[in-house]
Design a protein around this ligand. Structure first.
Ligand code: ATP
Ligand code: MG
Length: 572
């Protein structure tokens, strides 16, 4: 490819809205252009890298025995009503109506469609197991699209779905996908970890997230040197200290606390530390019977919505609105407490370490002192309900947990019969009985993987692509394009490289050398071959690795063989 013909515009300035390095560099290197909030065009160079990731994914999915399909982006509401998700999926689901008044949505994920497809084809156990995947455009109306293609509204996902006759089969499908994902992200040149993730109703360790380690990551990962790793949403707090003796606690006391709402304000008012206070949060869930629940955690801890959700057996748990807080507490937010509240109260186990504590009084401008669970109010249940913190003991080995940031690039999940039950996707087993299919689902954000690779591979001059996903592997840069000899030698090296299958970007632009070097660095091409008239007189060209290392002189006759070997050794 000749640079002069490449459809690209590189920029010297970062776009104002870009918060993370990958977004800045993808924009500046001309890999993407924005169309609307969270909606992007991929430019030729960006698309080349994206396709390479897709191909690595394809190869590994095929190797694992999955088959590629392509499902529609537009999905009929009926399927979502059948699964029950039409009502609770919320605003991320973009819904619309056609000219006949029928409801549709843009697919944010494809469990409904694939289950419908499989139920229409599969009749007998002989047709199972089957694993189907696609690489396709999703739409999620994200509340805060940001970081470029990392969290966009329209994005490309690889999603796969496995269908097995029983649990053991589904677990084997899961294992195969976990292995395939490890291969995929390794081949993309990423530093990543597979961590345990919240698996909701399924429970057990049948949900893993693949996290690319990066400061800019939106997820927090709890890890231990023993090998344990989990999303902090999931990481269990198993050791929470000794139980305090409440038998000598003083009687509870109602204290007027005008405008004292936050933990900091409460601590300043009572002159105590956050660890001596109970924080009461109201959660709204879709649990039947008691959709509002209160959760008490220590003032220096944070309540974990995923744990709350699982405890009450709901699909989601989110902080209640001001109105719901008033319904539960009869007070404005800031004064909720376990004593006299109108909804069930769950306590985090760390609170067992306090013999008595301060908490809101469920009336405006008041708190209680010296509260004791069981004596002053009833507790619906004690459980692990908080986020793990750095320094907490590892649930496996007891050593200190560390917390790092990560970007979720992939997610594998055992679904069980959640969808096959709702959509009646069954098969006839060997004895002729109708049985529900056991499912799993497996996603990879393709654009997010691309952006994550940049988060891990850049320097002050631009992107430093891992070879397997670089848009081109080698850039040939003749300094004087008007010099015939330079161009002849440069083209010769190019054709030798192309012949051996190397992807070459040829910078034929009549620009200053400095400009061309800057663009080559910004675009991050792994190997640069520079042809200058001075070197030519000595019969040499210069070779430079983007990832660092000095520029080395090399004989003209040797450079093509060297470069193609260099690339081949680094290709996944
Ligand atoms: P997140 O918590 O980041 O919103 P998710 O749990 O909603 O992710 P899944 O439903 O598991 O994501 O989707 C599978 C994969 O699709 C994710 O692992 C991620 O790589 C990618 N993905 C999800 N949402 C987006 C988005 N808005 N933009 C780009 N990629 C996304
Ligand atoms: Mg999401």
């Amino acid at each position: 490819m000749d640079y002069s013909k490449l459809f690209v515009e590189t920029l010297r300035e970062d776009p104002a809205e870009a918060e993370v390095i990958s977004h800045k560099l993808m924009y500046r290197a001309g890999l993407i252009r924005k169309l609307a909030a969270g909606i992007y065009n991929y430019m030729p160079a960006g698309l080349r890298s994206l396709r390479k990731i897709e191909n690595i994914i394809r190869e590994e999915m095929d190797r694992a025995g999955a088959q590629e399909v392509l499902m529609p982006a537009v999905q009929p509401a009926e399927l979502w009503q059948e699964s029950g998700r039409w009502d609770y999926y919320g605003k991320e689901l973009l819904r619309f109506r056609d000219r006949h008044g029928r409801d549709y949505c843009m697919g944010p994920t494809h469990e409904e469609v694939i289950t419908d497809l499989v139920r229409s084809v599969v009749r007998s156990y002989r047709q199972l197991p089957v694993n189907l995947y696609q690489i396709q455009t999703k739409f999620r109306d994200e509340i805060r699209p940001r970081f470029g293609v990392m969290r966009s509204r329209e994005f490309i996902m690889k999603d796969a779905y496995s269908f097995d006759t029983d649990n053991a089969g589904a677990e084997e499908s899961y294992r195969l996908m976990k292995e395939a994902y490890n291969n995929i992200f390794r081949r993309c040149g990423l530093k990543f970890v597979a961590v345990e993730a919240d698996s909701g109703a399924i429970g057990g360790s049948f949900s893993h997230e693949f996290m690319v380690l990066a400061q800019s990551g939106e997820d927090a990962i709890a890890a231990c040197e023993c090998g344990y790793g989990a999303n902090v949403e999931k990481a269990e707090v198993t050791h929470d200290g000794a139980e305090a003796d409440s038998s000598k606690a003083p009687a509870r006391e109602l204290i007027a606390t005008p405008n004292v709402r936050t933990i900091d304000e409460v601590c300043a008012f009572f002159k105590v530390s956050p660890a001596e206070v109970a924080k009461t949060l109201i959660f709204a869930t879709d649990a039947v019977g008691a959709p509002l629940v209160a959760v008490c955690v220590r003032g220096d801890h944070d309540a974990n919505p995923a744990k709350v959700k699982n405890l009450v057996g709901a699909n989601y748990a989110e902080l209640a609105t001001e109105e719901q807080v008033r319904e539960a507490t009869c007070a404005p937010s800031g004064f909720a407490g376990p004593c006299g509240i109108k909804v069930p109260v769950y306590f985090d186990r760390a609170l067992r370490g306090l013999s008595h504590f301060i908490s809101g009084a469920n009336q405006p401008d008041a708190h209680y002192k010296n509260l004791v669970a069981g004596r002053d109010f009833t507790v619906e249940g004690w459980a692990d309900l908080r986020f793990i913190l750095a320094g907490d003991p590892c649930p496996r080995c007891g050593k200190n947990i560390t917390v790092a940031r990560g970007i979720e690039v992939g997610h594998i999940f055992k679904l069980g019969t959640k969808y096959s039950e709702k959509l009646k996707a069954t098969f006839l087993d060997a004895s002729g009985k109708d049985v529900e299919i056991v499912m799993g689902c497996y996603g990879i954000g393709v654009g997010r993987t691309l952006a994550s690779a940049i988060e891990q591979n850049y320097d002050e001059n631009g992107i430093v692509w891992p070879v397997p996903i670089a848009p081109w592997e080698v850039i040939i840069l003749p300094v004087q394009v008007k010099d015939e000899e330079s161009m002849r030698v440069a083209r010769e090296i190019q054709s030798a490289l192309v012949k051996s299958g190397v992807e070459v970007l040829f910078d034929d632009r009549d620009e200053r050398a400095g400009v061309k070097f800057k663009d080559a660095d910004l675009l991050g091409i792994p190997l640069r071959i520079t042809i200058g008239s001075k070197g030519l007189k000595e019969g040499v060209v210069e070779v430079k690795e983007r990832a660092g290392g000095a520029e080395a002189k090399m004989a003209i006759g040797e450079v093509a063989a060297y470069a193609s070997k260099w690339v081949a050794e680094r290709k996944a």
